[in-house]
Design a protein around this ligand. Sequence first.
Ligand code: FAD
Ligand code: NDP
Length: 434
Amino acid sequence: MDAAMLKYVLVGGGVAGGYAAREFVKLGVDPGELAIFSKEAVAPYERPALSKAYLFPESPARLPGFHTCVGSGGERQAPEWYADNGIDLHLNSEIAKADTKSKTITTAAGKTFEYGSLLIATGSTFINLADFKTPGADAGGIHYLREVNDADNLVREMKDIKGGEAVVVGGGYIGVELAACLALNSIRVTMVFPDPHFMPRLFTPEIASFYEGYYKGKGINIIKGTSVTAFEKDDQGNVTKVILGDGRSLSTNLVVVGIGAKPRLGPFKGQLEEEKGGFKVDASFRTSAQDVYAVGDVATFPMKMYGDRRRVEHVDHARKSAIQAVQAIKAGEKGETVDEYDYLPFFYSRSFDLSWQFYGDNTGESVIWGLDQAGASGSKFGAYWVNDGKVVGAFLEGGSPDENKLLARVARERPSVGSKQELLSAGLDFATKI
Ligand code: FAD
Ligand code: NDP
């Protein structure tokens, strides 16, 4: 039997999937030309909401409120939007098999389609403690967070244990954002992680100490420098205790684990060149196979600014890489090319009434300003990273949208700086003068 032919196929209906669909519509697709296959049961949405407003005790965010592309000020693409634009959105449709030579994909239900161009946007999945054979890791009440159904399970259980206790494993993005959400839900929280401080890959010890102090002020207990070695469970199989490497044990009603993500290469693994855990792509997100593109978390791409290749697990890149790939596909049809992807790293987080943004590269020496005043009403603090006499990265807590734009400009332009003292005394003013 011949497989149905689809001109454009998008595998993955997450952030990149939603933004790619919008770009296809913008550049022109005829009804029936674009099909999206997503493992999830809902249309593409802005995933960052899941570790923030989705978990708030009052007026939580709920779908359809945060479908893409509202996160960047765009139109809300509810399921009707796909139908109205002639896009076949196949939900609950995991792609289980693929063959990049015959240019076919097959759903878990066994339906095969042939594609003209394929965009892989399968994102990441969480690293599971069961992968490390941690005893008791299969207990009930141990949560991970990636998709909306994970968030729904967590919301249900937070309500059940209101006033109870939770252990958060990990001091990265999920750990820091989830600890705050649990506390907002009147749950007593203990965070446990092996690192010396919060967010060790980005924060300096000084920056981390501000956030850790703030969290302690909110009643959150922080245990650093040790890992979870086992969980104990009750007769129903629910978690009751977390055993730590330093010999301590913590009674708990619930556990949230955020110990990192791994790209989901799925059925494409082994068929495409890989690098740094993702699919190796060029500056237009083309993989090693003809007419196959990979975007978002799953792509290892050339970082023009720094002359290296990286994989980035953040929403801004998911959006921009999807747009770049679709523009490249459409330009290629006319025999044209697009400018190479020129990404400026941008990371951010929000919790309680804190909000920080970071642009650029955190390499070289860090210079932290305003920290002695941080926490006082209206005061801000920030950091610059200086490498080879140039400011290459900029961080700001509590910045306004305009101030954050200044940060981006600094990181993009990489201005020279005379001395560390100059940055220390200028603080944010340094950015305003660029
Ligand atoms: P995803 O958005 O993960 O989408 C991938 C989609 O593909 C999913 O729907 C998945 O089910 C589907 N899929 C996977 N395999 C298959 C298959 N074989 N067949 C069909 N479908 C498949 N970044 C920030 O910059 N700021 C934030 O505040 C922030 N908050 C976050 C909060 C949470 C809880 C999480 C998990 C991530 C957060 N991130 C944040 C990271 C950001 O959301 C990701 O980098 C971004 O979603 C990546 O987009 P993507 O399209 O590559 O993957
Ligand atoms: P991260 O990589 O941000 O953080 C994981 C943290 O867990 C690291 O500090 C890691 O330490 C630590 N860790 C590793 N192993 C263990 C262990 N056995 N026990 C305790 N701690 C451990 O991943 P997250 O899980 O926080 O986030 C998952 C994904 O979601 C990422 O792609 C992230 O970018 C994304 N996300 C982004 C957000 C944002 O941008 N605001 C918000 C929420 C999620 P080490 O560094 O030493 O390995």
